[in-house]
Write a protein that binds this ligand. Structure first.
Ligand SMILES: CC(C)(COP(=O)(O)OP(=O)(O)OC[C@H]1O[C@@H](n2cnc3c(N)ncnc32)[C@H](O)[C@@H]1OP(=O)(O)O)[C@@H](O)C(=O)NCCC(=O)NCCS
Length: 162
């Protein structure tokens, strides 16, 4: 089941993020800060899709309209419970994000990830969900770890101006 963010999700999401071992300890508070903003009325523009499996939080994504753009959205965070990887949950969560962005008239979605070898799985995930690498900043996160920017166009470039 896919739904919005609720206050009871904070603790399980923190555990889920830590358990993936995909994030450095200093990245977890950043993810939690966005979750806290998402739980605040207005949400600071941060929106969430949460996946629940048998009433247990199984994954989530945080996304929002990119400030100072017309129709561009960013996915800021996506993670699935480590024990449930490869079962289509990430794809379903991302699909729900895309649906919400489309409903808001969004043109494109950007997702950033790391270029280091240990992030090959993440890059494989984005490639198989239709995202295309459009830019790379060498050594952005640290030496040997590029910032890789993936994009999905939700409607063809040069479509109706809004
Ligand atoms: C990246 C992540 C969200 C993917 O979620 P998931 O539920 O495991 O992925 P899914 O099962 O939905 O896979 C969707 C597609 O991606 C592909 N994929 C998933 N993992 C892959 C891998 N390691 N290598 C290549 N492709 C992969 C699947 O084959 C599937 O493609 P298909 O539909 O053609 O079969 C999850 O692995 C995760 O939480 N990782 C740790 C946190 C993280 O790194 N987040 C991203 C930070 S940038």
């Amino acid at each position: 089941m896919l739904r919005g963010l609720e206050a009871r999700d904070r603790a399980p999401l923190e555990r889920l993020l830590v358990d993936t071992r995909a994030f450095r300890p200093d990245e977890i508070p950043v993810a939690l800060e966005l979750i806290d903003l998402g739980l605040t009325p207005g949400g600071g523009g941060y929106r969430f899709v949460v996946a629940e499996l048998e009433r247990v939080v199984a994954g989530y994504a945080c996304f929002g309209a990119t400030p100072c753009t017309l129709g561009t959205f960013d996915v800021y965070w996506i993670a699935v419970d480590k024990t449930l990887h490869g079962r289509g949950i990430g794809k379903a969560v991302l699909g729900a994000v895309e649906e919400a962005v489309r409903a808001d008239g969004g043109r494109m979605i950007l997702i950033e990830t790391g270029g280091k070898p240990s992030y090959a799985a993440q890059r494989g995930f984005y490639a198989s969900t239709g995202y295309v690498e459009v830019a790379r900043v060498p050594d952005f996160y640290e030496e040997g770890d590029d910032r890789v920017i993936y994009r999905k166009l939700l409607r063809p470039a040069g479509g109706d101006p809004r």
